[in-house]
Design a protein around this ligand. Structure first.
Ligand code: DC
Length: 224
């Protein structure tokens, strides 16, 4: 069978990674979470004590920084300078750092190159913010997965609570942070979050995980 790509964009907490993962499982292909790469880069700036949005200080460290993806038993691991940081990048602090660092064009060029390389060699679902328009504009299937701000915040709230990384943050504080992040991700100059004209819109506000996966699969159907 020929290599094909399923590109999925959307804002934080829309359920796109859950959907992308579920679709990959049903199709028996790889799932690539591109946000993890920006998160790893965000973690690096935190560790170095560099403001994540300070391009003048971030760009010089890019060359000596390696961000790589590894797949073990179908699960993605992200390596930062050779260290598996997959378990360290799901905090709110890293979310915000990732959003800031990802607005720096040089950071994006480095990550996008790697993402395009992956898609050349294998069929995959790939989720992020700029996949349909910039990373894989030739993708066979394109989706924009979204949900209402309240639904997205509630999902992220539950996720952080389950992972034990919510800290003292209230629902309303998280709502504000997610709004700030969405505004930054969609307002940046370089490869902003935006629905591609040819992407199919999936609103998961009132959908369960299975229903959301079904909604995407209905458009892919024949590949199963
Ligand atoms: O999908 P996520 O929440 O793990 O992404 C973290 C941040 O990384 C997000 O706020 C914006 C950035 N990002 C991006 O700019 N482009 C992508 N393809 C994926 C993520």
């Amino acid at each position: 069978m020929s290599i094909f790509s399923v590109a999925i964009d959307g804002p934080a907490g829309a359920g796109k990674s859950t959907v992308a993962k579920g679709v990959a499982k049903r199709l028996g292909i790889v799932y690539v979470d591109t946000g993890a790469m920006y998160r790893a880069m965000g973690l690096k700036t935190i560790r170095l004590g560099i403001p994540s949005d300070d391009a003048e200080r971030v760009v010089p460290i890019l060359e000596e920084t390696s961000v790589a993806l590894e797949f073990k038993d179908g699960t993605q691991h992200v390596l930062l300078d050779g260290e598996d940081v997959s378990g360290l990048i799901r905090t709110q602090e890293v979310s915000n750092a990732a959003s800031k660092v990802s607005a720096i064009p040089e950071v994006r060029f480095k990550m996008v190159k790697l993402q395009q390389q992956l898609a050349k060699n294998t069929s995959l679902t790939m989720d992020g913010r700029d996949i349909c328009q910039y990373v894989l504009p030739q993708a066979e299937y394109k989706f924009f997965v979204t949900a209402s701000p309240d639904a997205r915040t509630l999902r992220r709230y539950k996720e952080l609570l389950e992972k034990g990384t919510l800290g003292a943050m209230t629902f309303n504080e998280l709502l504000v942070e997610m709004h700030e992040r969405d505004t930054r991700d969609s307002g940046r100059d370089c490869m902003p979050l935006k629905k591609a004209p040819d992407a199919i819109l999936i609103d998961t506000t009132y959908m369960s995980i299975e229903e959301s996966i079904d909604a995407v699969m209905r458009h892919i159907g024949g590949r199963e």
